[in-house]
Write a protein that binds this ligand. Structure first.
Ligand SMILES: C[S@@+](CC[C@H](N)C(=O)[O-])C[C@H]1O[C@@H](n2cnc3c(N)ncnc32)[C@H](O)[C@@H]1O
Length: 282
């Protein structure tokens, strides 16, 4: 039967509480009761696909699975929100070009380590790569970007690096030729990130609420944008400290304009709205 017509009994308040607690424990995502319909809609297709007749059967099935099982991974993937764009919040990329890089270069390092800590389908780390490639082209400085997310499904899309061509309108025209191979004929609706832009970016699954982070480097620049909004203030405090511990001595953290560390206790020093510093270089 077609998913859109198959009837399922409605999610009960008790079941909602169960799933809400599980996604909080697993990913730190806090869903208010206003998200009841959203949670129900996100899980519905999976419940039907697995052939269960209600959410309770799905719950029992999940509970029978070990914590590291594929089904729990799918559950987390279903409840993350992955909205992202090319050059999202463009002022941050102006800041990186015009303020961060000139100041960071005073340290005379030859490699820039960047971490994009909730990279979703890849637009954000590839935007960074476009900007850094262009800004550093007349220097001997190389860069690498570690892009991480909890959602294994978006990481596959990101690794693939193929996007609808219509999204090119989000990218300033100066980056079109350097950034993308445009599909023709039967793949004319698609564009592919060029290998020069892709090569410095590597993608890994990482849960921001599992400490310490399994990363071997420290980072000069960390972007953690549009993910703290899903966390409560206790989780934000812990994640901000996790990021601080993973940051180089003189480094910058960028959150989104709708996120703030103002109301949490943090080691980061406020620099500008949504921009924080570690050390005294900035
Ligand atoms: C709304 S997207 C933001 C993407 C990108 N940073 C941007 O600003 O466009 C939020 C991302 O955070 C990820 N996320 C949610 N909880 C997470 C966690 N505990 N650890 C790592 N990533 C998480 C989601 O999977 C999703 O891809």
């Amino acid at each position: 039967m077609n998913d859109s017509v198959q009837q399922l009994p409605l999610l009960t308040a008790e079941q909602f509480e169960y799933f809400r607690k599980r996604i909080f424990d697993l990913a730190g995502i806090s869903l208010s009761t206003a998200k009841f319909d959203l949670l129900q809609a996100r899980l519905r297709t999976r419940v039907i696909k697995l052939g269960f007749s209600d959410y309770q059967e799905y719950r029992h099935y999940l509970e029978s699975q070990p914590n590291n099982s594929n089904e729990w991974e799918i559950f987390v993937n279903l409840l993350t929100t992955n909205k992202t764009d090319w050059f999202r919040e463009p002022k941050h990329f102006d800041f990186i070009r015009n303020t961060f890089l000139p100041q960071w270069m005073k340290e005379k390092k030859d490699h820039l380590n960047v971490w994009c800590a909730a990279s979703s389908t890849g637009e954000e780390p590839y935007t960074l790569s476009l900007v850094l490639k262009q800004s550093l082209k007349d220097t001997d400085i190389s860069y690498s970007i570690d892009a991480t997310d909890i959602d294994s499904k978006v990481l596959k899309i990101a690794q693939n690096g193929v996007y609808p061509k219509s999204r090119l309108e989000q990218v300033p025209s100066q980056f079109h030729a350097a950034g993308f191979c445009l599909g023709t004929k039967e793949i004319s609706d698609w564009m592919k990130v060029r290998k020069e832009i892709k090569a410095p970016v590597s993608f890994h699954r990482l849960n921001l609420i599992e400490f310490p982070y399994p990363l071997k480097k420290t980072y000069d620049l960390i972007l953690c944008r549009n993910v703290l909004i899903y966390f409560n203030s206790e989780t934000i405090t812990k994640v901000a400290e996790g990021l601080f511990n993973q940051a180089s001595n003189n480094s910058i953290l960028i959150t989104s304009h709708s996120e703030s560390l103002q109301n949490v206790k943090t080691s980061w020093r406020y620099l500008y709205p949504s921009i924080y510093a570690k050390g005294n270089l900035f």
